[in-house]
Design a binder for this molecule. Structure first.
Ligand SMILES: Cc1cc2nc3c(=O)[nH]c(=O)nc-3n(C[C@H](O)[C@H](O)[C@H](O)COP(=O)(O)O)c2cc1C
Length: 361
C-alpha cells in the first residue's frame, strides 16, 4: 500500500523526511543535576530516522520540577548538556524540538525544599501517588500562583526558549497538555481563580497566550509547536466545558502561524468521559495550520488520520522506546519489538533505553 506517512513534509521552513515524529517522552535519565548527558544524546541519535524528534518534557525553572531525573533548561550547565544532544543529531539533519514544561501541581514539596508546589488554584490532584526524591508520597494541595509570580513564570518560559536556541534546537514545543501547569490554567476543574487568569475562557487561556507571545519574541512562530490534550484525564483533568474550551483555544492559536499543533485525540492515555471525544476532524475545521495527531496510533491509525486530511503528521511514543528504527520497520512492514513493559521506562542507565537494537536485532 502506498503511504503518505513516508512522504516529505514542510513544517514552516523545515523539511521533514517523513511524517512521523518521535513523541515527547520523559525517561528520567538526567539524574539529580537535571543536565542532559551523553546517554541521552545516544538515545536521541538512535532515533534519528524520525521525521522530527520532540524531546522529553524539560523544565523551564526549578519551580517547574516535579519528576525525578527529568532534565531542565534553566542553567548554563543545562544548556551545555542539551548542546551535546543537538550536536550529536546535527549531521543527520533531523529537526529536534525541545518540549518546555512546568509541572505545576503535579509535584511535591520534596522537590522544592519544603515549599508547596504551585498551580492556578489550590486544587489537589486526586488519585495516584507521586514519586519524589524522598520516596512515594501523597499529593499535596498546591499554592495558587500570585499575579506577579505569573509574570515571572512567563519570563521563565521566555528564557527557556532562548536557552533552547542557544543549545542548538530547531524549535520548541510548549507543553499545554496532560494536566501540567498550562493545562491547569486552561481547565475549569483546576482553575478557580477570580483574577484575569481565571473564570472566562478568555481568562483561562491568558497564561498560554502570554507564554506563546513570550517565546515568539525569541523564536519565529513557525518554530513553535503547542501540545494540547482535549480528551485527557491524565493527572486528574477534564472539565465540563472541555469542547468549548479547546475549540476556543484553537481559535486563538489559529492566527499565530505556529509550526504545528500537537493534538492528543486518541484515548489510549485515558478519557475523561465527559461527553464525546474531541476529534481531529473538529480541530481541522477550526484550525488551518499543520496538525500533528497522537495517542495510541498503530501504523493503520496514522495512515487513516493523514489520509483523511485531518492531520499532516503523527507522533508516536511508546513504540519508540524499543524500536529506534520505527520508521524503517513501518516502511518495510517489519514487526515491532514489544514495548508494553513499563519496568524500565524511568530507571537510570542504558537498560531499556539505548539497548534496543534496530531490526532484525
Ligand atoms: C514513558 C512516557 C513518557 C512520557 N512523557 C511525556 C512527556 O514528557 N511529555 C508529553 O507531552 N507526553 C509524554 N508522554 C505521552 C506521549 O508523548 C504520548 O502522548 C503517549 O505515549 C501516547 O502516544 P503513543 O500511544 O504513541 O505512546 C509520555 C509517555 C510515555 C509512555
Amino acid at each position: 500500500m502506498s503511504s503518505r506517512l513516508f512522504e516529505q513534509l514542510t513544517l514552516g521552513d523545515l523539511s521533514l523526511n517523513n511524517r512521523i515524529a518521535m513523541a515527547p517522552m520523559t525517561r528520567g535519565r538526567a539524574g539529580e543535576s537535571r543536565v542532559a548527558n551523553e546517554l541521552m544524546a545516544e538515545y536521541y541519535y538512535q532515533r534519528r530516522s524520525a521525521g522530527m524528534i520532540i524531546t522529553e518534557a524539560t523544565v523551564v525553572s526549578a519551580q517547574g520540577n516535579g519528576w525525578v531525573g527529568s532534565p531542565g533548561i534553566y542553567t548554563p550547565e543545562m544548556v551545555e548538556g542539551w548542546r551535546r544532544v543537538t550536536h550529536r543529531l546535527e549531521p543527520s539533519g533531523t529537526p529536534i524540538f525541545l518540549q518546555l514544561w512546568h509541572c505545576g501541581r503535579v509535584s511535591h514539596s520534596d522537590f522544592h525544599a519544603g515549599a508547596l508546589p504551585v498551580s492556578a488554584s489550590a486544587v489537589k490532584l486526586q488519585g495516584d501517588h507521586i514519586h519524589t526524591p524522598l520516596g512515594t508520597k501523597e499529593y499535596e494541595t498546591p499554592r495558587p500562583l500570585g499575579t506577579d509570580e505569573i509574570l515571572a513564570t512567563v519570563a521563565d518560559y521566555r528564557l527557556a526558549a532562548l536557552h533552547a536556541m542557544e543549545a542548538g534546537f530547531s524549535g520548541i514545543e510548549v507543553h499545554s497538555a496532560n494536566g501540567y501547569l498550562l493545562n491547569q490554567f486552561l481547565d475549569a476543574k483546576t482553575n478557580l481563580r477570580q483574577d484575569r487568569y481565571g473564570g472566562s475562557l478568555k481568562n483561562r487561556y491568558r497564561l498560554l497566550g502570554e507564554v506563546l507571545a513570550a517565546v515568539m519574541e525569541v523564536w519565529p512562530a513557525n518554530r513553535v509547536g503547542v501540545r494540547l490534550s482535549p480528551n485527557g484525564v491524565f493527572n486528574d483533568m477534564g472539565s465540563r466545558d472541555y469542547r468549548e474550551l479547546f475549540l476556543y483555544v484553537l481559535e486563538q492559536l489559529r492566527p499565530l502561524g505556529l509550526g504545528y499543533l500537537h493534538i492528543m485525540d486518541g484515548l489510549a492515555f485515558g478519557f475523561h468521559g465527559l461527553g464525546e471525544p474531541v476529534t481531529l476532524a473538529e480541530c481541522r475545521a477550526g484550525y488551518d495550520g499543520l496538525i500533528m495527531g497522537n495517542c495510541g496510533y498503530s501504523r493503520g491509525d496514522a495512515e487513516e488520520r493523514i489520509g483523511a486530511g485531518v492531520a499532516e503528521m503523527v507522533s508516536i511514543g511508546r513504540p519508540y522506546i524499543t524500536n529506534p528504527d520505527l520508521v524503517e520497520r513501518w516502511q518495510h512492514g517489519w514487526p515491532l519489538a514489544p514495548y508494553e513493559d513499563m519496568s524500565l521506562w524511568y530507571t537510570p542507565g542504558p537498560a531499556g533505553y539505548t539497548d534496543s537494537p534496530p531490526y532484525p536485532g
